[in-house]
Design a protein around this ligand. Structure first.
Ligand code: ATP
Ligand code: LTN
Length: 331
């Protein structure tokens, strides 16, 4: 697998949850020494729903600091802000002409977000997957580590890449989603059939990476469980299964080992242990993020270097694309 390229991104559109951490950032860490990794702050995706400009700017930097605090090493990976590399928008335009309106209308996330933001169903919201395809294809990524909800977007990226290659000759690497079995879908603590989401209105449903120890313990204490008192993984026990998955993800244990840890124990003790595991893991991340955010010069330097590196790769791919499709690029 040597020589492979990895691409992923998160939108700086709200407070990240432990779902974002477990489903994506955590899985990036063991890839960075083996592969050529690109991790972006997807601020161009974020504006497909309304954002307060000053908050968007602040959150972008907070997200960069969070990546690093979680263990993403800017010496090993390319860490950058999407809007600082103009080729994303340029390639998206080309790919738009190979994507059908009907395909975009069928995307689950588009349908969900259209319902949620019925007063702002803008072209960007519909075009979101094409911009994501441009992100991934610009870097010729082989692997895209994301949570389960992004599977459909990686599938459409593959379709677009194959379509382009068939029409214009081999140009893009056809990427694969990398979705780890454990933790690909962390669920809401209040409605465990639903995905935990950073935009949930119920603050008890999601554990944010910025929550302090008390808030974390309180949210787990209030988490919805199931009617019997057995602590085991089972489809008919979504509440307990979700807590076991979270515990396993934060302690590095398998779900089976987690089950064993709590055999014969009560829900109260179990919920406290899950909360403690999460709080213990997040405390040093929060401290490191706060420290980094005070060092704006360092963060600025990392992002400038990242944008420059990303730009070089992106320019190469875009120029190849322009050549293939017949765009005049000078003599
Ligand atoms: P929103 O709910 O506001 O649409 P989000 O929480 O889904 O946002 P994104 O920025 O869209 O956040 O996702 C960032 C990454 O986190 C993606 O790889 C996504 O698959 C992953 N992710 C998000 N929520 C979860 C979850 N509950 N469990 C596992 N992975 C998740
Ligand atoms: N849509 C993604 C964020 C994202 C992304 C990407 C993920 C934007 N561009 C490219 C992987 C690869 C999301 O997580 N909601």
């Amino acid at each position: 697998m040597e020589g492979k390229t990895v691409y992923s991104a998160i939108q700086p559109s709200g407070n990240l949850t432990i779902g974002n951490y477990v489903g994506s950032i955590r899985n990036w860490l063991n890839m960075q020494s083996e592969y050529d990794c690109y991790f972006a702050m997807a601020n161009m995706h974020a504006i497909t729903v309304r954002q307060e400009p000053s908050e968007l700017r602040r959150r972008t930097l907070e997200l960069a600091a969070l990546y690093i605090a979680c263990g993403v090493d800017p010496e090993k990976c390319t860490l950058y802000v999407q809007s600082q590399v103009p080729q994303h928008a340029e390639l998206a335009w080309v790919l738009n002409t190979l994507t059908y309106v009907g395909e975009m209308e069928r995307m689950t996330q588009f349908k969900d977000k259209s319902r949620k933001h019925a007063d702002n169903i803008n072209m960007g919201l519909m075009d979101y997957p094409v911009l994501m395809a441009a992100d991934i294809l610009l870097y010729q990524a082989d692997l895209v580590p994301v949570g389960q909800d992004q599977t459909q977007h990686v599938e459409i990226t593959r379709d677009i890449a194959v379509r382009f290659n068939n029409r214009f000759g081999d140009t893009f690497t056809v990427p694969q989603a990398l979705i780890l079995k454990q933790g690909a879908k962390i669920c809401s603590l209040q409605e465990p059939e639903k995905k935990m989401s950073k935009s949930d209105e119920n603050p008890n449903a999601s554990v944010y990476l910025t929550d302090d120890r008390d808030a974390i313990l309180r949210k787990f204490k209030r988490a919805v469980t199931d009617s019997d008192s057995e602590i085991r993984l089972a489809p008919e026990k979504p509440g307990i299964s979700n807590l076991l998955t979270i515990y396993a993800s934060f302690t590095g244990k398998t779900a089976g080992e987690a089950e064993k840890d709590f055999a014969g124990k009560g829900y109260g003790e179990f919920k406290l242990a899950v909360g403690e595991a999460v709080a213990d893991k997040l405390a040093p991340v929060q401290q490191e993020q706060a420290r980094l955010l005070k060092d704006k010069a360092y963060l600025g330097g990392v992002l400038a270097a990242g944008a420059e590196r990303a730009y070089k790769t992106a320019r190469k791919t875009l120029s190849k694309v322009y050549r293939k499709i017949g765009f005049y690029q000078g003599e």
